[in-house]
Design a protein around this ligand. Sequence first.
Ligand code: OAD
Ligand code: ZN
Length: 257
Amino acid sequence: MVGAGISTPSGIPDFRSPRSGLYSNLQQYDLPYPEAIFELTFFSHNPKPFFTLAKELYLRSYRPNVIHYFLRLLHDKGLLLRLYTQNIDGLERVSGIPASKLVEAHGSFASATCTVCRRPFPGKDIWADVTVDRIPRCPVCTGVVKPDIVFFGEALPQRFLMHVVDFPMADLLLILGTSLEVEPFASLSEAVQSSVPRLLINRDLVGPFAWRPRSRDVVQLGDVVHGVERLVELLGWTEELQDLIQQETEKLNRRDR
Ligand code: OAD
Ligand code: ZN
């Protein structure tokens, strides 16, 4: 399970960190309160703040970091049952983890839907408008086209239901870079069997690790990059991970050239 804390090393702010988090830096967007950027009622009255954020994520073309590649390495080794992410930056896909291994619980920009007639569109259809600060509109009914990011109160994607099968099967749960404050995602941390170790690598002690700890919990507090690098070292995978990062970075360099 991962959250915004795994993308801060890529330069993307998280949501709730004091000072650096997105929710403390939304003054420029003219929002009544920060979470409004992901609320349908506010969006229907003013979609601009959300699209400004979308444009920023798109244009800056952020890159995966060592955490994403560690997860990719778990996949390459056949150890990753599934990656449940709350992130909407798409960096798990960019790191080369196949879609079949991913549950993007809060949606993604890969697809979009007209808020009025519910017609689906490929995500890429919105960028021509968004990059010039135009609100993307449905060619059929002129309704605003919203990327399939899960707003507060909206249903999670169908794939999220895979948790019902995945979590009871897991024999280790890694939780990286999340405040575990948003439901129903947060409660997944309690869905593994009680005999299964849960490893939290995060700056703060969060969620059930604080208020309902289990005897097999392991907590590594501090910087997530440092925590993951330490784990990788203990596993003896340091060199292998460096090779993977180098290979994938060259691929991205060729893409961006
Ligand atoms: P939060 O911003 O709530 O939490 C990020 C967590 O990562 C915090 O506990 C930080 O302390 C920690 N963190 C950040 N950078 C770190 C670093 N370099 N090293 C260690 N820890 C670090 O983000 P999420 O839990 O992902 O919804 O937030 C959940 C949801 O709330 C998001 O998916 C978003 C938001 O509303 C949507 O986008 C729809
Ligand atoms: Zn429409």
